[in-house]
Write a protein that binds this ligand. Structure first.
Ligand code: AR6
Length: 356
């Protein structure tokens, strides 16, 4: 997975380089800076002394000494002063400069803390947006494994509106499923004890829709999908047969062509390693992991119906028994097609991310 949010102490990350959220002196401090200097040992401070400080937004390289990484890239984030003093541009440039140094050094993997989101007071949600935007942009043209390391789950604050909507949808699905179970329980009681008093239509107790049907009804009545379904219904029997015989890889390539999306754009959007994408492209029978199939469904902006079709070809289905599937289902129905934002929500909910 080229971009992943992980929960860890950054000083434990086994990567080529970790990034330090330092101050202008580069002589150590609190927060992640203090932790990095403690773990690396006094030689790091010695090398830092020779660097002559670092301006806000710039980045400088040292070795990693006792740390499990080869390098530490020190950068200085802006102090939050309300947002009108160029903080966003300065924070973005921290990520860009640090990533440029990592690339110059030939790093395959880099771990970032959420720069400026601690002592420097940058609002966590906004700091995350800047980090994710810059990392995504970089990955559109570079191959690197980039970790955003959160010390605590609280450090990651996803978009509040989307998170609220997803949480409400999960609740709805759970309530609906729960209601079904209640009906099932009453049905058993009815069969055991006879008709309960005050229930005029005992037949209704038996009308428990299949759970899959519930989800399918949503698809049918979701306005966004009516158009796509109509298009599907309009296909010839030959087209339908060809579509059914298609493998995962073939459907993926067809969708890419239909959408006019390049392989590069698709891998970046799906958070999928380019080498894996090459394997899928060159092997018509390739079956990806579920997290990868889901990521492609989002990256290709599929309807719920098309996503189900793509998943079946990989040997999977969307299940209401899996919270991650419910999150993805919500995003497909409502056209939220950003894998990075979805992964932020999955991280917050302690669920496995999408991509590979
Ligand atoms: N691993 C991963 N993340 C961490 C760790 C760790 N070991 N420790 C803290 N964080 P901060 P800043 C997170 O304050 O806001 C220093 O004194 C933390 O939860 O370290 O850029 C420097 O010398 C937060 O999300 O950096 C500067 O004076 C993020 O790292 C000043 O702080 C950044 O918090 C820089 O402030």
């Amino acid at each position: 997975m080229p971009f992943e949010i992980v929960r860890n102490d950054i000083t434990r990350m086994r990567v080529d380089a970790i990034v330090n959220a330092a101050n202008n002196s580069l002589l150590g401090g609190g927060g992640v800076d203090g932790a990095i200097h403690r773990a690396a040992g006094p030689q790091l401070l010695e090398e830092c002394r020779a660097l002559g400080g670092c301006k806000t937004g710039e980045a400088k390289l040292t070795r990693g000494y006792r740390l499990p990484c080869k390098y530490v890239i020190h950068t200085v984030g802006p102090i939050w002063r309300g947002g009108s003093e160029g903080e966003e541009a300065l924070l973005a440039v921290c990520y860009r400069n640090a990533l440029a140094i990592a690339r110059q050094q030939g790093c395959d993997s880099v771990a970032f803390p959420l720069i400026s989101a601690g002592v420097y007071g940058y609002p966590k949600d906004q700091a995350l947006r800047v980090a994710a935007t810059e990392i995504e942009r970089f990955l559109q043209e570079a191959d690197m494994m980039i970790y955003l390391v959160a010390y605590t789950r609280d450090a990651i604050v996803p978009d509040a509106r989307l998170f609220g909507e997803v949480a409400a949808y999960i609740d709805d699905v759970y309530v609906r499923e729960h209601r079904d179970f209640g009906r099932e329980a009453r049905r058993s009681q009815y069969l055991r004890d006879g008709a309960p008093r005050g229930v005029p239509d005992p037949g209704s107790l038996f009308r428990r829709p299949h759970r899959e049907d519930n989800a399918r009804n949503e698809t049918v009545f979701s306005e966004a999908n009516v158009e796509r379904l109509t298009a599907l219904q309009g296909e010839t029997p030959e087209d339908a047969q060809t579509r059914t015989a298609e493998t995962f890889s073939e459907m993926l390539i067809r969708k890419l062509e239909e959408k006019g999306m390049s392989d590069m754009a698709c891998t970046a959007r799906a958070n999928v390693d380019r080498r894996l994408f090459g394997k899928i492209r060159n092997n018509a029978g390739y079956r990806p992991a579920k997290q990868t199939a889901l990521a492609f469904a989002i990256a290709l902006e599929l309807s719920l119906e098309e996503a189900r079709e793509l998943l079946v070809k990989a040997g999977f289905s969307l299940s209401h028994g899996d919270k991650r599937d419910i999150v993805v289902e919500y995003c497909l129905i409502n056209g939220h097609y950003n894998v990075t934002s979805i992964n932020e929500i999955l991280f917050k909910l302690d669920l496995q991310p999408l991509g590979y």
